[in-house]
Design a binder for this molecule. Structure first.
Ligand SMILES: Nc1nc2c(ncn2[C@@H]2O[C@H](COP(=O)(O)OP(=O)(O)OP(=O)(O)O)[C@@H](O)[C@H]2O)c(=O)[nH]1
Length: 391
């Protein structure tokens, strides 16, 4: 509430198209506690359909930011609108419903970092970033075996990528549409979501039905901590230190890899109980980029998420970033190794993964250290710019 330090608290809602964000907003508007709530709606279309629905319920507290995405083009407009709301002094809390394709991180940065129009943290307090996850959509996007019918049209960006971005950067998760998924599958989905983002508070919901305080009660969103929180970052950090569920961490091809699973002996974690694991693969030998490109088109379909840094012989100076979510993979240059030792470090998160075959498959893609240096010519480089591979 706009009580303690006088700053206007903000809750940011993210989630893919149709996940249940507007359903949640309508609930909050109907039962805001003792707050006077304003709502900022962001829709990609020129006409904001949600605004019409929500507006009926609120008293002039709806701001409509349409025809663009607030995570990129409309960032300045968002700050201007929030400033205008704060100046009116009629509201105690603002809920922002981001468009389905919005990435939460740039929006949170806009709200927590000084920019051209001043320091937003002097006026606003980002209280929470809430990710509404469509449990049915998640299941469908990440389970290649499933024959579920389409529930919504495929957006421009693959659904899996959008969902992963939104899950990895939030501090509250609503696992919504639980009525559409069988209970045993729901446990698997929750375990996978938790592996992607272990730090967030998670609520299972139907029709986004959650206590208001669970969504609006956040004190202060911790940008840096949330940035460090994604499961893949934790797994990489644990890989270095020898903890975590590291199953493939070797120095050179041919060396004995450390196959030890460092389990919590107090009992199984939710992830382990549902067969969800993180595999870290580290090698200081570079990949043969062509072989890696081939492998990437045909690998274990159970990998929900892969992320990390690739050292390729065709570009020995360059760090290649790899990011996969479900069926879509992106790989391309993201910087130079510089002073750092070139080294591939990859995390694979998924259910019932065949760690041996991932490790063996990747090892077969390593460049032969006895072969002459491959020609580092632009023509020989399969990853000159970011490349998208769909499997
Ligand atoms: N079966 C089921 N349907 C739900 C649930 N939650 C929401 N819905 C329905 O899903 C549809 C989309 O919900 P919205 O709340 O509009 O989703 P949204 O995230 O705001 O969607 P966009 O505004 O398009 O991004 C609506 O028809 C809702 O009634 C749920 O838990 N179960």
């Amino acid at each position: 509430m706009n009580d303690g330090d006088g700053r206007l608290p903000i809750t940011l809602l993210c989630g893919p198209l149709g996940a249940g964000k507007t359903t949640l907003v309508n609930r909050l508007v109907a039962d805001p506690g003792d707050r006077r709530l304003a709502v900022v709606l962001n829709d990609m279309g020129e006409v904001n359909v949600d605004a019409a629905t929500v507006e009926r319920e609120t008293d002039d507290g709806v701001v409509d930011l349409s025809n663009g995405c607030i995570c990129c083009r409309l960032g300045d407009d968002l700050v201007a609108e929030l400033t205008a709301l704060a100046d009116r002094r009629e509201f105690d809390h603002v809920v922002i419903e981001a468009s389905g394709i919005s990435e939460p991180l740039p929006i949170a940065r806009t709200l927590t970092t000084p920019g051209e129009s001043g320091d937003p943290t002097e006026r606003f307090r980002l209280a929470s970033v809430v990710s509404v996850v469509d449990a049915y959509g998640f299941w469908k996007a990440f389970d290649p075996e499933t024959g579920l019918p389409e529930a919504a049209p495929e957006p421009d960006r693959p659904l899996a990528e959008v969902m992963v971005d939104q899950i990895e950067f939030c501090d509250v998760i609503l696992l919504n549409k639980c009525d559409m998924v069988p209970d045993d599958v729901l446990d698997d989905v929750e375990a996978a979501v938790r592996e992607l983002q272990p730090r967030a508070r998670l609520h299972r919901t139907v029709e986004s039905d959650v206590p208001t305080e669970a969504v609006l009660g956040g004190e202060e969103f911790d940008f840096d901590e949330t940035r460090r929180a994604p499961g893949w970052k934790r797994a990489l950090a644990a890989g270095r230190g020898g903890g975590g569920q590291v199953v493939a961490q070797g120095g050179e091809a041919g060396h004995d890899a450390d196959h030890g699973h460092d389990h919590d002996h107090e009992g199984l974690s939710a992830a382990e109980a549902h067969g969800v694991e993180s595999i870290v693969y580290e090698r200081s030998l570079p990949f043969d980029a062509d072989r890696l490109a081939d492998w990437l088109t045909d690998w274990d379909g159970r990998v929900v998420r892969a992320k990390g840094f690739v050292y390729a012989a065709s570009r020995p100076e360059t760090v290649l970033g790899l990011s996969q979510a479900g069926p879509s993979i992106r790989i391309g240059p993201i910087g130079e190794w510089g002073e750092d030792e070139p080294r591939t470090r990859l995390v694979f998160i998924g259910r019932d993964l065949d760690d041996g075959s991932i490790e063996a498959g990747l090892d077969e893609c390593l460049a032969d250290p006895t072969a002459p240096d491959p020609p580092a010519t632009p023509e020989a480089d399969p990853f000159p710019i970011e490349r998208r591979i769909d499997r």
